[in-house]
Design a protein around this ligand. Structure first.
Ligand SMILES: C[S@@+](CC[C@H](N)C(=O)[O-])C[C@H]1O[C@@H](n2cnc3c(N)ncnc32)[C@H](O)[C@@H]1O
Length: 281
């Protein structure tokens, strides 16, 4: 079959099964064909009349069947773009979200140098690796409780030539680590959001934040504020509805009122990131 007919057929299947718009379905069909054929998208767009080899067509149909079952595109292709870089992802890692690019935008406002930057719950490593690419003149540490996520993060670090990042399997912040900057995109979904079809395929270890969604942040704040050296900057991502509550909790831990706590909106205009900055550093 020629690639145009194959793509049209696939786009119809995607629209019907996933209720996608014509544009999204067509785009996803091209991404799947590009992956199955190992040709870039430009080649596929510019050769609609070319007959697709049978073995590629079979492979494409297999990928399409998985997508129709609502397996995320990133898990099928095994990669996801984040802040202009490609990251390997799999069923052990969260698929990095565009909303989390706020962490990098926020770091860009201070252009960190000679600091220790920690990423707590690193998943695919997207936050810490992007930071290391942009501001290499710092020390980088990332933790996760999932050995498989850490394996993927280390693989991504190698692919992006970021050999200096220390990846540690640990529950939140290890006792010997005293970061200047903390980034934490920890699991923050409450129980009622766990059934949302958009997150069904992702690991619950990366999503579930306890009864009110903020259990892990409470524990992290307790760890941070029990140290002699507290960070100059703490960033935490959460659900838009929970961000004001997270700020109140953070202010309770910041007993000496050393931090200014600010909320930023993501690209969709939703409150998404809470940042605490020490006045004196
Ligand atoms: C929401 S995902 C975020 C992944 C990545 N930071 C990102 O932004 O794409 C949360 C991550 O935290 C990890 N995690 C869950 N509980 C943890 C804990 N107690 N200590 C450290 N990491 C944890 C999960 O395995 C998962 O990789």
């Amino acid at each position: 079959m020629d690639s145009r007919s194959l793509l049209n057929k696939a786009a119809v299947a995607l629209r019907q099964s996933l209720k996608q718009s014509h544009e999204i379905a067509s785009l996803e069909a091209v991404v799947l064909l590009s992956h199955a054929w190992k040709k870039n998208k430009a080649y596929i767009y510019s050769h609609p009349e070319i007959s697709v080899p049978t073995v590629v067509e079979q492979q494409f149909n297999n990928l399409l069947k998985r997508r129709v079952r609502n397996i995320p595109l990133a898990y099928i292709t095994g990669q996801k773009e984040f802040y202009g870089l490609e990251f390997k992802v799999n069923e052990a890692t969260l698929i990095p979200r565009p909303a989390s690019e706020l962490f990098l935008d926020k770091l860009a406002t201070i252009q960190p140098r000679k600091k220790t930057i920690a990423d707590i719950g690193t998943g695919s490593g997207a936050l810490i690796i992007t930071s290391a690419k942009l501001w290499p003149d710092n020390d980088f540490i990332a933790t996760d409780i999932s050995p498989r996520a850490l394996q993927t993060a280390r693989q991504n670090a190698r692919l992006h030539h970021c050999g200096g990042i220390g990846f540690i399997k640990h529950d939140l912040l290890p006792p010997a680590v005293n970061p200047d900057i903390v980034m934490a995109n920890l699991p923050y979904l409450p129980p009622d959001k766990m059934n949302d079809p958009s997150v069904q395929a992702e690991p619950s270890l990366a999503l579930y934040g306890g009864a009110d969604g903020l259990k892990l942040y409470r524990r992290l704040l307790r760890q941070i504020f029990s140290r002699l050296h507290t960070p100059s900057m703490i960033m935490m991502e959460a659900e838009p509805d929970d961000i004001p509550r997270l700020r109140k909790i953070a202010q309770l831990y910041d007993t000496e009122n050393n931090y200014r706590w600010q909320i930023d909106e993501d690209i969709y205009g939703h409150s998404r990131l809470l940042t605490g900055r020490r006045f004196d550093r």
